[in-house]
Each structure stands twice: as structure tokens, then as C-alpha cells.
Design a protein around this ligand. Structure first.
Ligand code: ZN
Length: 233
């Protein structure tokens, strides 16, 4: 006869097993760790989960997670109100913002469209996005929407849907996608061929690369002293 977990522990293992990156074995290991370290792990986790459950909601302007009605990014008046970047997740938003390349605001979708899993436009926050873009266009401030979806099948499908929805409603609005570029710090020879090909297709004027597209903040990887000598740029 095999040993069975108590119903309470079993429900904890089941809940942990639903987290990304957790399988049944790692969920069980994490559950036992929590039980063995009650004070420093279990109680702390329970308190943090409860705090998030009660206090964190969605920003009513950009849909990201926030403790107030409007998130700190939407309240940042230093950003350019003419630029809106649509991302798939708060993690993508944080990565993009850490690059310091984006001077505008964001809209954070709740994931990607996935018809196979029954995830449609309303599930990922598309109506709120269209409302936000509509308000920006009506006020005459919004100039460009960047559809910053990943280049995966579901990311592409979401981007196409979004571009179509935006262009149908506001044909004059500039809608762009991120260039498919070479990853920073990776030798070209070690880059996969489709990335290299896409980087070639999306190539830009060299001076534009040195200066950065107009209106954007300097990036973290600012041109070196060597680049500064290129006065023709
Ligand atoms: Zn916000």
C-alpha cells in the first residue's frame, strides 16, 4: 500500500503544480519545503499571497498590475503621450522599459490570443486597449502604437488581429511592430538563420542606428567613443 498525502497537502501540491515551470514532482518538493520551513517560508508566502490577493488589481488605463487605481507608469508625466506600446505581459513591459529605449506609455494585454484554448480578444483586454487608443486619437495626442508582440505563432496572430483592429478604426494612426533584430551580445555566427534573415530584411539606415530613431531616449547600450567620431551621421 502506498503512502497518500493528506487532503490539505494534496491541495497545496495541486495548486503549486499549476504554476509555470512546476511539474508534479517539483510541486511536491516545494510543498514539503514550505511545510518544513513553516515560519520563514510558509507564513511569509501565505501573507504575501493574501496581500496581493486583496491589494493588487489592474490599472484602469494600461491594464498592468497595480496597488492603486492607476499605476506609477501611467502617472509618469515625463513620458511622451503620443506613443503607446502594446505588450503581452508585465514581464515584457519591464524588459522593454529596462532597455530605456521607449519614451512613451504602455498597454499591457493579459496574454495572447489562443483560439485553441478558447482565449479571445475580450479575455486579453482588447476592448480596454481600443478604448484607450480611441481616447488618445480623439484628443489628438496619440501618434503611434507599437505592437510589441513576440515573434511566435500566437504572438504573430495577436499582432495581426490587433493591427487589423486598429487600422480599421483609425487608418491614419501609425502602427508599427518591433524590428526582428539580432540579440545584443550574441555573435552573428551563433545566431539562428531566421533571426539573421529577419535582421537583414529589417535593416535600417546606419546613421539612424547610430543616432537612434528620432524622439527616442538613448539606449542602455549607448554608442561608444568610436561611433561618436562618425560626424556624417
Ligand atoms: Zn497604468
Amino acid at each position: 500500500m502506498s503512502i497518500r498525502l493528506s487532503p490539505a497537502v494534496e491541495s497545496l501540491v495541486k495548486a503549486l503544480g499549476k504554476l509555470p515551470g512546476y511539474g508534479p514532482r517539483s510541486a511536491q518538493r516545494a510543498a514539503f519545503h514550505l511545510l518544513q520551513n513553516r515560519d520563514e517560508s510558509l507564513d511569509e508566502l501565505a501573507a504575501a499571497v493574501e496581500r496581493v490577493r486583496r491589494g493588487v488589481g489592474r490599472c484602469r488605463l494600461c491594464n498592468t498590475f497595480t496597488e492603486g487605481d492607476i499605476c506609477p507608469v501611467c502617472l509618469d508625466e515625463e513620458r511622451d503621450p503620443g506613443l503607446l506600446c502594446v505588450v503581452e505581459s508585465t514581464a515584457d513591459q519591464m524588459a522593454l522599459d529596462a532597455s530605456l529605449a521607449w519614451p512613451g506609455y504602455y498597454f499591457v494585454l493579459s496574454g495572447r490570443l489562443s483560439p485553441v484554448n478558447g482565449i479571445g480578444p475580450a479575455d486579453i483586454g482588447m476592448p480596454l486597449l481600443l478604448k484607450r487608443v480611441g481616447a488618445g486619437v480623439e484628443e489628438g495626442v496619440l501618434r503611434e502604437v507599437v505592437v510589441a508582440m513576440s515573434y511566435t505563432p500566437e504572438g504573430d496572430a495577436t499582432a495581426y488581429y490587433l493591427i487589423d483592429a486598429l487600422k480599421k478604426r483609425w487608418p491614419q494612426l501609425r502602427v508599427t511592430r518591433l524590428a526582428r533584430g539580432l540579440p545584443a551580445g550574441i555573435e552573428i555566427e551563433y545566431t539562428d538563420l531566421s533571426t539573421i534573415a529577419n535582421a537583414v530584411y529589417a535593416r535600417r539606415d546606419a546613421c539612424e542606428v547610430v543616432r537612434g530613431p528620432s524622439g527616442l531616449r538613448p539606449t542602455a547600450a549607448k554608442p561608444s567613443a568610436f561611433v561618436a567620431k562618425n560626424d556624417h551621421c
